[in-house]
Design a protein. Structure first.
Length: 134
């Protein structure tokens, strides 16, 4: 199996995983599309988010490298894959990222609240410049 270089922490990712992440970008749920419309283009604190980002062998719905934040939008399928999600959360946390999970309904019905939580995390996770020495 030949791996391709991937931009997150110099990791190598199998071509099949990269192909699957591309497919998922084309097959976004309504909730993912709605959230992406608010995250893209630096709309949250000027930060860059990526969709369907491969990290530690798993595909995260959204990822912000500067804030080390993974955002997952969970639909009904996640009720039947709790063990997989737990394994994935451990792997992502071990890679040094924070995970925020929202349901489809959270995004579709309470988008303002979801964005406020994301923004709050990103604000506190941002490195703040040191004041100049006197």
């Amino acid at each position: 199996m030949v791996d391709d270089y991937h931009p997150v922490r110099g990791q190598r990712v199998a071509r099949e995983k990269l192909q699957r992440s591309r497919e998922l970008r084309k097959e976004m749920t309504n909730a993912e599309q709605m959230l992406w419309s608010q995250l893209r283009g630096g709309q949250v604190l000027g930060l860059r988010f990526r969709r369907q980002q491969v990290i530690a062998g798993f595909i995260a719905d959204f990822y912000c490298h500067a804030s080390r934040l993974v955002i997952e939008v969970d639909g009904r399928v996640h009720a039947s894959q709790k063990n997989y999600d737990a394994e994935r959360d451990v792997a992502l946390s071990s890679a040094g990222v924070h995970i925020m999970r929202f349901t489809n309904d959270d995004v579709l019905i309470r988008l303002t609240d979801v964005l406020a939580r994301i923004t709050a995390w990103c604000e506190q996770a941002r490195p703040h410049p040191q004041p100049p020495l006197p």
